[in-house]
Design a protein around this ligand. Structure first.
Ligand code: KG4
Ligand code: ZN
Length: 345
């Protein structure tokens, strides 16, 4: 028998978004995200500034999440928080806050692996593609990770392949930086790509064995391409921005789709889910939906607000762990490197 009427307050602070959410069982009542603008001017996340911004945001963000959900903190059943992986200084803010609040309210504390949360976000009530049956394949594509994961059960996952260097989100962001676009450049590349010609320029695809990825070569080839072309025409990037973005996006989407097809063939699994910030990308969303017909796949794409970092996905893991009695004690510490399939619970 599952416990009903569980209210979870979830906190996410692994990178540069401070987020708090309240869930009633699998339903999200509120999901507040404060994105830190401070990093834009530095062209990337500055860990010390991120940690300080989390400290400023966390109390108002939690208040807002409780208010929006119309819940008093005395009604909460448990507090869930991101333990890792992520930036240590950022994780510490959410971890300490969650521990103190759980202690003060005398309710259970639940630690959550951020990468598992990107995958388990599919179990939030109201996802438009429904809920995947086990086993399924999940490709987690974010600013910090690129993985293909075999999901056998909620907490039984196996990494089949991952990036050997840059994450796919970094590939988007670093390419954008080379084009003079502000951080984070991924969403901007996507925006311009939608109006450009994806066949205008050709970039090489890396040859990597098995189900692993590599994106650092692509970044270098874009750098040389931009240098070569701007030597001939100083306005090359401005004149061709949409076509360059479309061509970069097409290359990245091909790399991702090729590995997914390989993983599906290798495992015989045709239920395919994606998660993480890059799953907000229009190119990968479209390619996946096309693969439903071409490959005979059933695909699961999270709602937009559950793709990039958010506390609702931490909350659903909190709910699932609550059902299993998987609670953390007050001795729990943040874990910057927290492997998704490294330790059993
Ligand atoms: O999951 P996430 O919010 O944070 C991490 O855990 O890393 O992912 C952030 C990454 C950034 O690299 C950002 O540029 C990328 O996701 N991103 C996108 C899009 N939206 C976010 N990349 C390409 N197209 C998008 N629409
Ligand atoms: Zn993430």
């Amino acid at each position: 028998m599952k416990d009903k009427n569980i209210y979870i307050l979830a906190i996410e602070s692994s990178c540069d978004d401070t987020s708090a959410a309240v869930l009633h069982d699998k339903k999200v009542l509120s999901n507040v995200v404060a994105t830190q603008k401070i990093h834009e001017e530095y062209g990337g996340v500055v860990p010390e500034l991120a940690s300080r911004a989390h400290q400023q945001h966390i109390v108002p963000v939690v208040h807002q999440a409780l208010n929006k959900a119309n819940i008093d903190k005395k009604q909460l059943s448990a507090i869930a928080f991101t333990r890792g992986p992520g930036l240590m200084g950022s994780l510490l803010v959410g971890t300490s806050f969650a521990k103190s609040l759980a202690l003060g309210l005398d309710i259970p504390l639940i630690e959550v692996n951020h990468m598992q949360a990107h995958i388990l976000a599919h179990f939030i009530e109201g996802q438009s593609d429904g809920i995947p049956d086990f086993p399924f394949l999940a490709m987690t594509i974010s600013g910090g990770h690129t993985q293909i994961v075999l999901v056998k059960d909620y907490f039984d996952m196996e990494i089949l392949g991952e990036t050997l260097d840059d994450a796919v989100g970094e590939a988007f962001d670093k390419s954008a930086k080379l084009l003079g676009l502000p951080y984070p450049g991924g969403p901007l590349v996507d925006k311009y790509a939608q109006e450009g010609n994806p066949d205008a320029f050709l970039f090489p695809k890396p040859k990597v064995d098995g189900l692993n990825f590599s994106f650092s070569g692509l970044k270098t080839s874009i750098l040389y391409f931009v240098q070569r072309e701007t030597a001939k025409n100083a306005n090359f990037v401005q004149d061709n921005l949409k076509d360059i973005c479309a061509s970069i996006q097409k290359t990245i989407v091909h790399i991702l789709m090729d590995k997914l097809k390989k993983a599906s063939k290798q495992t015989g699994i045709t239920r395919i889910a994606i998660g993480g910030g890059v799953s907000a990308n229009s190119g990968i969303r479209m390619a996946l939906k096309q693969a439903e017909k071409k490959q005979g796949w059933t695909t699961y794409i999270p709602k937009f607000e559950y793709c990039t970092d958010n506390a609702a996905m931490i909350g659903i893991v909190g709910y699932l762990k609550y059902q299993e009695g998987l609670f953390a004690d007050q001795g729990v510490t943040a874990k910057a490197r927290y492997v998704l399939d490294g330790e059993k619970l």
